[in-house]
Ligand binder design. Structure first.
Ligand SMILES: Nc1ncnc2c1ncn2[C@@H]1O[C@H](COP(=O)(O)OP(=O)(O)OP(=O)(O)O)[C@@H](O)[C@H]1O
Ligand SMILES: [Mg+2]
Length: 263
């Protein structure tokens, strides 16, 4: 039976879809059968980030309406045979898909997977409820910005209303150079403010935005290594934290930091 994990944040644009796509890819690299579910109805882009947009034939609404079987709507990833995407409808059909509908759909699929990651929409309304209702665990994505931390706090409080076995933070877009100069809120401070355990940190990495535009997942970059640690922590329960500052230490690191500051 799959572990069903919702990736949520409250605030929009902090990296939920990015974490879903990259973490899912790393779990598939480890040999697990992984399903990524786009629950961002109408504003869906997981298929684009995963580079399978042109392979989408059916979506969640088609399954609910009986136009196809659940397995027919799954899109296999181009690089990992054990990684699948369940797309959301493009149309504004939010009111047509209830939490119960989605849960029923996933119940027909969960036996085939080790992990089901649910990419949640921003906000705390119907879309949030629908995704969280179907999950057993939650990952709250937060960036080192006060508005993101505030929204993550509201999400953590709201998640307490659901019977989740675990709620953990991923601190995304951490700038190692700014941590070194004290210009960014420290990860430990974010953990303290939110009173929630951490799953891991992901550095700010230009490769993510550059590659997501062409539907590719970075490999061999700093963020790729951080996502590999995230997957390991998730599966084995280890508590390794990627060091975002290592590139900015020593003489070469100081030069790199100064260059970044000038850009
Ligand atoms: N660690 C990172 N480094 C650099 N860019 C990142 C990182 N994480 C996310 N991004 C970029 O930030 C933007 C928003 O990311 P993403 O779409 O994953 O956020 P989201 O929370 O899913 O947004 P929404 O709430 O709209 O669904 C994208 O352009 C993405 O490439
Ligand atoms: Mg998203």
């Amino acid at each position: 039976m799959a572990r069903k994990i919702v990736i949520t944040s409250g605030k929009g644009g902090v990296g939920k879809t990015t974490v879903t796509a990259n973490l899912g890819t790393k779990l598939a690299n480890l040999g697990f059968r992984v399903l990524l579910v786009d629950t961002d109805i109408g504003l869906n882009n997981l298929d684009v980030v995963m580079g399978v947009e042109n392979k989408v034939m059916f979506d969640i609404l088609d399954i609910i309406n009986g136009k196809c079987r659940a397995k027919q709507a799954l899109v296999q990833d181009c690089h990992h045979p054990s990684l699948f995407i369940l797309p959301a409808p493009n149309s504004d059909s939010d009111s047509l898909i209830t939490a119960g509908n989605l849960l029923e759909t996933l119940s027909t699929l969960e036996h085939f997977f080790d992990y089901i990651l649910l990419d949640c929409p921003a906000g705390l309304d119907n879309g949030f409820h629908r995704a969280v209702y179907c999950a057993n665990e939650a990952i709250v994505v937060v960036t080192p910005h006060i508005s993101s931390i505030r929204d993550a706090g509201k999400v953590v409080a709201r998640l307490a209303n659901y019977p989740l076995s675990s709620v953990k933070l991923v601190v995304n877009r951490v700038r190692g150079d700014m941590l070194m100069t004290g210009d960014s809120i420290a990860v430990e401070r974010i953990i303290d403010l939110l009173g929630t355990n951490i799953l891991g940190v992901v550095p700010d990495d230009d490769a993510i935005s550059a590659l997501s535009a062409i539907g590719a997942i970075p490999s061999g970059t700093t963020s790729s290594r951080a996502f590999a640690i995230l997957a390991e922590n998730l599966h084995t329960g280890t508590k390794k934290i990627f060091d975002c500052t290592y590139r900015y230490r020593g003489i070469a690191g100081t030069i790199r930091r100064n260059l970044k500051r000038r850009i």
